[in-house]
Design a protein around this ligand. Structure first.
Ligand SMILES: [Mg+2]
Length: 108
């Protein structure tokens, strides 16, 4: 079944920028830590920590703490996404239990 074509907001320019930023962050992680085939539990802890930093940056901006702008929010969002990608690339996609690829059914 072929899905109907959809257009991303702004013809996808923001999406492409985000992907580019995430890739740059992901490459920075690889240079810093190398390959990390962590357990799923460890990835959850890492991603939760990064997401927590995203929330903190958003709250700081919202209440005007420390003159916080939007840049820290974007940085933490990109960092969270890079960690999600690493989790997928290095743990989920290769399969964590039996070496078989994980079949994903992203329907929502
Ligand atoms: Mg962070």
């Amino acid at each position: 079944m072929k899905l109907p074509e959809v257009k991303l907001p702004g013809d996808g320019a923001a999406f492409e920028r985000f992907v580019k930023l995430m890739r740059t962050e992901r490459e920075r992680h690889m240079r810093k830590w190398g390959s990390r085939a962590h357990s799923l539990e460890k990835w959850i802890a890492i991603i939760a920590e990064e997401f927590g930093e995203f929330v903190q940056a958003a709250n700081d901006h919202r209440i005007g703490a420390f003159g916080a702008g939007l840049t820290p929010i974007l940085e933490e969002l990109v960092s969270t996404a890079a960690c999600c990608s690493a989790c997928f690339e290095e743990t989920l996609e290769p399969g964590i239990e039996n070496g078989k690829s994980v079949v994903l059914h992203c329907t929502h």
